[in-house]
Design a protein around this ligand. Structure first.
Ligand code: FES
Ligand code: FES
Length: 171
């Protein structure tokens, strides 16, 4: 069935980045990735493979990093969804976004939103990851450009920065 088929349409609400978004005239089988990008104007998550293989579409759903290309959008009703658009504050880049830029972990940028979301998810759960844990956490994200070394460097940098900030708060 194509996305233009109107024989099976739904209106529902999704909670994304702390706000409710109404989805209208949506075919019931549309993926969360499609709805984010094409219906809600949130193009941060990218569709590279649309088969759950590359991680470019990663979002956080109820605390889990998921491939939004594999999630049926209507099944996400009632879930808390976080996308790359919700990570910065007041128009400023997040610490992870800044570190990727500074380390040169971005080239074509197609994989980058998925990596950024996955790294936030990792560091929120595990503030002091070793390299093996970083590689494991990012094993579902594929980059065709950077060779991963700079991405790893960016993750290590943010982990160190956050620990420094934490010590400052505790002092
Ligand atoms: S586009 Fe979803 S995993 Fe590749
Ligand atoms: S920067 Fe091009 S795919 Fe990662």
């Amino acid at each position: 069935m194509s996305n233009s088929d109107t024989s099976n349409v739904e209106a529902y609400e999704l909670r994304i980045n702390g706000r409710n978004h109404e989805v209208r005239d949506s075919w019931i089988g549309e993926s969360l990735l499609y709805v984010l990008r094409e219906r809600l104007g949130l193009p941060g998550a990218k569709g590279a493979c649309e088969q759950g293989e590359c991680g470019s579409c990663t979002v956080i759903m109820d605390g889990r990093a998921v491939c939004s290309c594999l999630v049926m959008s209507a099944s996400a009703v009632g879930s808390d969804i976080a996308t790359v658009e919700g990570l910065g504050t007041d128009g400023q880049l997040s610490d992870v976004q800044r570190a990727f830029l500074e380390a040169g972990g971005v080239q074509c940028g197609f994989c980058t939103p998925g990596f950024i979301v996955a790294v936030h998810h990792l560091l929120d759960a595990s503030p002091n990851p070793n390299d093996e844990q970083i590689k494991e956490a990012l094993s579902g994200n594929i980059c065709r450009c950077t060779g991963y070394g700079r991405i790893l460097e960016a993750v290590r940098t943010v982990a160190v920065q956050r620990r420094g900030q934490q010590r400052g708060v505790e002092a």
